[in-house]
Design a protein around this ligand. Structure first.
Ligand code: NDP
Length: 375
């Protein structure tokens, strides 16, 4: 088989570097054709030396950039639509990944999507782009990879419920009164996953699960009232699918993003890989489950309600969350302020129109300005 060309948008991040580790073991099946980063020119330069892509792009100008590299935000779409690229791994963080996802799907590419904010902001536009261009959207998020593997092509009518697992984050067992004043160091101390800073804070607020519920709704075409979240601190069961006959399937694996990244590249096939330690049920036991403490983690409900509301509300939720997380990481907002800022943005802007990309970008911009004002 000719190796499939791969573009990685966000190759210098947590998912991007994980993807390169997987690809380094799978050189017979895949070849890296394009890499992009935002500002980390030195890491990008060393990746280029190792993987020799034909296209390299950076969003920001950097002293480390090579004159041959494409510079500026348009490099994402350029990388994602190249003729020598079969699959685009979108591992950019935040709304910045949206245009490249749409362009890749319109160009008929497979998009291995880690950049969940893309689907939250513009789910129906993204799925319409896939239909228009013949592109295919395959999730990289471990929960959605699990659901995809459990559904295994069965029709939506056979699915009664999706149950998405959540680690519960670092504050799962904290007293409710302590959580709003948690520090950045507390919030970055995730119990089971090592990830980029933004998603790690999203996991601490549970905003990440709201993003994932909305993502699941769009990927699998399941109504919100049939998508639930359960806390599962060990992060071994990546999600459950309950079918209409009452049977429940789950997908399990050691908590490593290498597994869903590889599956997103090979779906529906599987290829041999020995990247992660063997599954040891005894060592990984016990597996436990708890209800979500919605009173302590209001961002989950705010996000799911925004998804239900539709229009621009999910884009407002996403942008307000991105801006509030940046404010928290910069010491301008407290941990408790993140959900308060999102709530305030949704109350002010949740009814904006969201039927076109331009309207969604407007809502995104307005929500960011609202949160800066709130701060
Ligand atoms: P990181 O912050 O580690 O990496 C983000 C990547 O995107 C970097 O390569 C960064 O470049 C690039 N980037 C940042 N801002 C921009 C921008 N404005 N335009 C273009 N590129 C940009 O994030 P993660 O890898 O943790 O997460 C990436 C996505 O995957 C997120 O949507 C996250 O929710 C999702 N995800 C992550 C998981 C994980 O395990 N980390 C698990 C499941 C989903 P530079 O390094 O130059 O700044």
């Amino acid at each position: 088989m000719t190796p499939r060309g791969i573009a990685i948008l966000g190759s210098t991040g947590s998912v991007g570097t994980t993807a390169l580790r997987v690809l380094a073991r799978q050189r017979d099946a895949f070849v890296v054709r394009a890499l992009t980063a935002n500002a980390n020119g030195s890491l990008l330069r060393s990746q280029v030396a190792e993987y020799q892509p034909t296209f390299v792009g950076m969003v920001q100008r950097s002293d480390d950039a090579d004159p041959a590299w494409a510079i500026g935000p348009d490099c994402l779409v350029a990388a994602a639509t190249r003729d020598d690229v079969h699959t685009v791994i979108n591992a950019v963080v935040g709304a910045a990944g949206l245009r490249a996802t749409i362009a890749a799907l319109e160009a008929g590419k497979r998009v291995a999507l880690a950049n969940k904010e893309t689907l939250v902001m513009a789910g129906s536009l993204v799925t319409a782009a896939a239909r228009r261009g013949g592109g295919e959207l395959v999730p990289v998020d471990s929960e959605h990879s699990a659901i995809l593997q459990c559904i295994a092509g069965r029709p939506t009518q056979e699915v009664r419920r999706l149950i998405i697992t959540a680690s519960g984050g670092p504050f799962r067992t904290w007293d409710a009164a302590r959580v709003p004043s948690a520090t950045v160091a507390d919030a970055l101390n995730h119990p089971t996953w090592t990830m980029g800073r933004k998603i790690t804070i999203d996991s601490a607020t549970l905003a990440n699960k709201a993003l994932e519920v909305i993502e699941a709704h769009h990927l699998f075409d399941i109504p919100y009232d049939r998508i639930e979240v359960v806390v599962h601190p060990q992060s071994v069961v990546h999600s459950f699918v309950e079918f209409v006959d009452g049977s429940v399937l789950a997908q399990l694996g050691v908590p490593s993003m290498e597994l869903p990244v590889l599956y997103a590249l090979t779906h529906p096939d599987r290829i041999p890989d020995a990247g992660v330690p063997a599954f040891d049920p005894v060592a990984l036991s016990p597996l436990t489950y708890e209800a979500v403490r919605h009173d302590v983690f209001p961002a989950l409900r705010l996000g799911v309600d925004a998804g239900r509301h539709g229009g621009a509300a999910p884009a407002v939720f996403n942008a307000a969350n991105e801006e509030a997380v940046a404010g928290f990481l910069n010491g301008i907002l407290s941990f408790g302020d993140i959900a308060r800022a999102i709530d305030s943005a949704l109350a002010a802007l949740g009814n904006m129109a969201g039927d076109t990309l331009e309207a969604l970008v407007q809502a995104d911009t307005a929500a960011r300005a609202h949160v800066r004002e709130f701060a």
